[in-house]
Design a protein around this ligand. Sequence first.
Ligand code: PGA
Length: 252
Amino acid sequence: MFERPYIVGNWKMHGTRAMLSEARAIDRGAERLMKVEVALAPPFTLIHATRKEAGLIGVGAQDCHPAEGGAHTGDISAAMLKDSGAGFVIVGHSERRADHGETDADVKAKAEAALAVGLNAIVCVGETEADRDAGKAEAVVARQLDGSLPQGESAAAKVTVAYEPVWAIGTGRTPTVEDIGAMHCAIRQRLNAIYGEDGAAIRILYGGSVKPENAAELLGADEVGGALVGGASLTAESFLGIVAAAHEALEA
Ligand code: PGA
């Protein structure tokens, strides 16, 4: 595991102001677990309030539009996210790719828009079950990395990659530790090819059915630098259970 693992909660389309108490509790709990970097990506509507309520943890968004502004009804620019208190944005989540037809080129444009205003970007990649069954998982992920990662000076320093096999998201199924390690090592090689020596420091998160019960095992896989957590990030109890598992793994 990386020196300071990064555990990010993705609240997806969950949460009204009533859930700010969970964000506060996560923030308070994170104070005791400082060896782990903790962040939450609530829906757009809660970014500002979460930033105000939770002073310690990172706060980010789940998507942005690639343009600086203009006639894009319902969309949110990276600069707006920054203004609302976000420090990062998740781009290319498989639910965005599937539900909104986002291509690798779209994801790259979003990531570059984020970096241009000083946000960090978490770029998501991951194969479908059919890809894996066909033995194409690594090739699919390599193609997504090539097409989705932002380019430009010091881009590597602002990027985190999240490997999330589509078939493991919200299903309770996870790859084996060996499969996660193999994929993360392949991603590392690709990052080194794309960014040169800067690629070595990029954190690669695992995502897909991470829970308090399996976090220590999954975080122990080769080249895993943290986790992107969906369902289990919705309550402070389960999310802090994952953060605590990462913290304990460092002390073991
Ligand atoms: P899950 O979602 O933890 O609920 O599987 C992960 C994600 O989609 O980021």
